[in-house]
Design a protein around this ligand. Structure first.
Ligand code: F6P
Length: 323
């Protein structure tokens, strides 16, 4: 193998650039020529490849986003799209591909691996909902951004004895909301994995005031049935009976745009280097991830289509500590 390529796909995650840098420099160290693919799988189909040298990835580690660009490609989900991508890679003499991304992206990696193309995945998504890694690139930064928001809201909430809903990202997973809720000292956490209704949330807010708290903070996940919009609507309709109003802050994409923390830079750097090592060793069709602090590789067939569970003990911890 002489030429490899790297792409970033799906939602960008702070630390992707550090992973690209590690792929490029480890690849060069092993004697590979390294190419970047612009805009994820869409760029693969279009054959949008750029040669990357050591200097091209200088000064990017501290930047959020991805210098290669990312995309969610509908065409790549089709067999003709995948076949076209493989043709493009082969025409450019590229023999191996590193895919930095989350669930959807690694489903794409798996499809390429099934078609016989050498691919190694790198676990990257702020949602931390990818099997095969206990933590993924971008989670730490996204959580720190959520915590800063919660800390700030607590200050103003306390001044006015107000109740706030803070919505984190997480389309299908409540990991970000739960962890931010625990570390941010929330009065209640609402996530898709555990059913919590609006009356329960209202009861928690009332209990917070009854205990003499100057504020009530409810952290909700974007993907929860009772997300910020739904809860705020419910509370406004029942305001007179419930006895309080809710103010809403949706953190949204702010969580994706931050400069990567030390944790994310290190994780991404280790993952990127390990992905190239797996490639060089001929261990394809795997995802590089972390388990008990060690780098591991898991067959993509055991990663895709699986749901990463949320530890119910952590949900219980959030409840216990909200007193
Ligand atoms: O998967 C990461 C994520 O940020 C989710 O938390 C969120 O629901 C989704 O991406 C938003 O996706 P898009 O960038 O396609 O709007």
């Amino acid at each position: 193998m002489k030429r490899i390529a790297v792409l970033t796909s799906g939602g960008d995650a702070p630390g992707m650039n550090a992973a690209i840098r590690a792929v490029v420099r480890t690849g060069l160290d092993k004697g590979f020529e390294v190419f970047g693919v612009r805009h994820g799988f869409a760029g693969l189909i279009a054959g949008s490849f750029v040669p990357l040298g050591a200097r091209d990835v200088g000064g990017i580690m501290q930047r959020g986003g991805t210098i290669l660009g990312s995309a969610r490609s509908a065409e790549f989900r089709t067999e003709p799209g995948q076949a076209k991508a493989i043709r493009q890679l082969k025409q450019s003499g590229i023999e191996g591909l590193v895919v930095i991304g989350g669930n959807g992206s690694q489903t794409g990696s798996h499809a390429l691996a099934e078609a016989g193309f050498p691919v190694v995945g790198v676990a990257s998504t702020i949602d931390n909902d990818l099997c095969g890694s206990e933590i993924t690139i971008g989670v730490d930064t996204a959580l720190n951004i959520a915590l800063e928001t919660i800390d700030r809201l607590k200050v103003t909430a306390s001044s006015h004895q107000r109740a706030f809903i803070v919505e984190t990202m997480g389309r299908g997973s409540g990991y970000l909301a739960l962890m931010a809720g625990i570390a941010g000292g929330a009065e209640a956490v609402v996530i898709p994995e555990f059913e919590v209704g609006p009356e329960q949330v209202a009861a928690e807010i009332r209990r917070a005031y009854d205990r003499g708290k100057p504020h009530a903070i409810v952290v909700v996940a974007e993907g929860a049935k009772w997300n910020a919009e739904a809860l705020a609507h419910y509370v406004s309709e029942h305001e007179a009976r419930l006895g309080f109003a809710l103010r809403v802050t949706i953190i949204g994409y702010m969580q994706r745009g931050g400069a990567p923390t030390f944790q994310d830079r290190m994780l991404a750097t280790r993952f990127g280097a390990a992905a190239v090592e797996q490639m060089a060793a001929g261990n394809y069709g795997v995802l590089v991830g972390l388990s008990r602090g060690e780098i591991i590789s898991t067959p993509l067939s055991e990663v895709v289509g699986r749901v990463k569970p949320i530890d119910p003990a952590l949900f219980e911890l959030a409840r216990v500590l909200s007193k």
